[in-house]
Ligand binder design. Structure first.
Ligand code: PEP
Ligand code: MN
Length: 319
């Protein structure tokens, strides 16, 4: 149950509400978010779902996350693109210029990389963040980049426009709370073995910490199938849209693991209602330090953007 209060009354009234909730045998929790700030009791709403703030029951209209004038969750499909890992200044510059020219609205690139093997390339860390910030300055594209640990949230937030929480950190509740306190938009990637309910409860941690700017990302789950790297769960798109008001983005790069499957699944994602896509692009995938096999060459990305437009229009969206 959540209690929605009108905006504009002071702490004494909030304390009073909390006292009465406590007297009724519940532990009150105050959330001073953008759309949940408390004043006098307007209504008491029983919410059936365990994810209260993420639920459509609480907010029937879709929420939009705004980043430097770009809206994710609005009418336009937002494409985020860039390399899996930031590898050099020249690489990021080349990809940023190419994806911008093709119509991407946000630049992606990992500087802190979660690698299965400790011997694999771990990312350029702060130097990589600097290259991303330079590319933003050059192209005007906002940057989404992963934050791996609680200790580096402040540092990454100095450079990033959107903080990415990777699939492997979906239930790192300390990290979720920490990015919830930051207020910056968060791209929350579904874990490879995370149910929809668990996914939305992870989003709830960020929302409950006071940050309403959460973007959900379906990136493939692990199944018995081995011909693809993961199984992209496109069911998740309409399911998440039905259960939650949060914007939903799809990652067909990790979801398939093969560059030639990226375009068909990207088009499928837009057709079934995704608000955006996040796609890996590399100037020379054969030499990429991570995820080369699933990365598009810039020319293939241009072609995909061209092919996406009529699909977006067919479902009443623009690109
Ligand atoms: C990535 O975006 O490069 C990444 C590591 O994604 P995920 O967390 O979905 O595996
Ligand atoms: Mn990757």
């Amino acid at each position: 149950m959540i209690i929605i209060l009108k905006s504009g009354i002071g702490d004494a009234a909030i304390d009073d509400v909390c006292r009465r909730v406590t007297e009724m045998g519940y532990a009150p929790h105050i959330i001073r978010g953008e759309f949940k700030t408390i004043v006098t009791v307007e209504s008491v709403m029983p919410v059936q779902q365990p994810f209260k703030l993420a639920s459509r029951e609480v907010r029937p209209e879709p929420s939009e996350v705004r980043v430097n004038g770009i809206s994710i969750g609005g009418q336009a499909i937002v494409v985020m693109a860039g390399p899996c890992s930031v590898e050099s200044e020249a690489q990021v510059r080349e990809v940023a210029d190419a994806v911008k020219a093709a119509g991407a609205k946000i630049l992606r690139g990992g500087a802190f990389k979660p690698r299965t093997s400790p011997y694999a390339f771990q990312g350029l860390k702060e130097q990589g963040l600097k290259y991303l910030a330079d590319a933003r300055k050059r192209t005007g594209l906002p940057v989404v980049t992963e934050v791996l640990e609680t200790e580096s949230v402040e540092l990454v937030a100095q450079y990033a426009d959107i903080l990415q929480i990777g699939a492997r950190n979906i239930q790192n509740f300390t990290l979720l709370r920490r990015v919830g306190e930051m207020g910056k938009p968060v791209l929350l990637k579904r874990g490879m073995a995370t149910s929809i309910q668990e996914f939305l409860l992870s989003a709830e941690y960020i929302l409950a910490a006071g940050n309403p700017n959460v973007i959900l990302c379906e990136r493939g789950i692990r199944t018995f199938e081995t011909t693809t790297r993961f199984t992209l769960d496109l069911n998740a798109v309409p399911v998440l849209k039905k259960l939650s008001h949060l914007p939903v983005v799809v990652d067909p790069s990790h979801g398939t693991g093969h560059w030639d499957l990226v375009a068909p699944m990207a088009k499928g994602a837009v057709a079934c209602g995704a608000d955006g896509l996040i796609i890996e692009v590399h100037p020379n995938p054969e030499e990429a330090l991570s995820d080369g096999p699933q990365s598009l060459k810039p020319s293939k990305f241009v072609q995909l953007m061209r092919e996406l437009r009529p699909v977006a229009e067919a479902v009443g969206r623009s690109l």
